[in-house]
Design a protein around this ligand. Structure first.
Ligand SMILES: NC(=O)c1ccc[n+]([C@@H]2O[C@H](COP(=O)([O-])OP(=O)(O)OC[C@H]3O[C@@H](n4cnc5c(N)ncnc54)[C@H](OP(=O)(O)O)[C@@H]3O)[C@@H](O)[C@H]2O)c1
Length: 231
């Protein structure tokens, strides 16, 4: 799974007032290309409420991926959001812990598919969600946020790659979210280790491609070993 995000140079993915249009036009086109290359694209319910995204392929030629939203009971998915309004034309699936029956019927009447995956704490079980997607033939998933959903995947080691477009702007704000929120790992050593695979300049942005390689501790140990080896 690839987690893709646009971030300011000071590490924010959305401003305190909810502005998440961070990366430039060139990156947006690239994100559409990534969508076309994946079987499915996933977001959390809050991203749907805040950004009302389409999650389809418009800026390049290519097929739309299956659009997937993770939700707790699906009542938080507004019936008038763009995903629901276009569900008859573009396949749209809500993976929820447990669907509220009436809202589920309203969504299904509009062409949205709803599947229950059970609870993990207060949220939908993402591992079961991935199993459901696999059974439906999804072999590649592009995660487009938000940071709360990203934590659910990260903590289970389900993210393989991380692509971040860093925009040359700083916006501050202690309430402004970063790429991964949630509970967080208690120490750096327990964090998820990344290996930088590629750096690209894309218009005014810098795009960093990382591969997830294990724990941060393992990465540090590998680094130490490499330093200790004679040339
Ligand atoms: N810069 C970028 O690239 C970028 C990309 C995406 C989003 N964003 C920004 O990020 C913000 C939204 O992020 P967010 O962290 O607040 O919310 P989020 O991750 O988009 O959605 C979280 C919500 O998803 C539902 N959910 C269901 N199962 C879940 C699970 N297992 N783990 C986590 N959530 C689960 C819950 O909502 P219910 O209980 O209501 O169902 C939960 O509150 C928006 O302001 C958006 O603009 C920025």
């Amino acid at each position: 799974m690839l987690y893709n995000v646009g971030m300011t140079a000071d590490g924010k993915v959305v401003s305190v007032e909810g502005d998440a249009r961070i990366s430039g036009e060139e990156d947006l086109r690239e994100v559409h290309r990534l969508r076309a290359e994946h079987d499915a694209v996933a977001v959390g319910a809050n991203t749907v409420r805040r950004d009302d995204p389409m999650l389809n392929v418009r800026l390049v030629e290519g097929e739309d991926p299956l659009r997937v939203v993770f939700s707790s009971d699906c009542t938080g998915i507004p019936l008038n959001c763009r995903l629901v309004r276009t569900a008859r034309e573009i396949p749209t699936l809500i993976l929820c812990a447990e669907a509220e029956p009436e809202h589920r019927r309203r969504l299904e009447r509009r062409g949205v598919e709803v599947e229950e995956v059970g609870w993990e704490g207060e949220f939908a079980d993402v591992r079961e969600g991935l199993r459901v997607l696999y059974e439906r033939g999804v072999r590649s998933l592009l995660l487009e946020g938000g940071p709360t959903l990203a934590w659910s995947f990260l903590k289970h080691g389900l993210i393989d790659e991380f692509r971040v477009a860093v925009a040359p702007v700083m916006i501050g704000g202690s309430e402004a979210l970063t790429p991964v929120e949630g509970k967080g790992f208690p120490t750096v050593a327990e964090g998820v280790g990344l290996k930088l695979k590629r750096v690209e300049r894309l218009g005014r942005d810098v795009v960093l491609w990382y591969e997830v390689v294990g724990s941060a501790r393992e990465l540090a140990e590998e680094h130490e070993r490499a330093r200790g080896e004679p040339d």
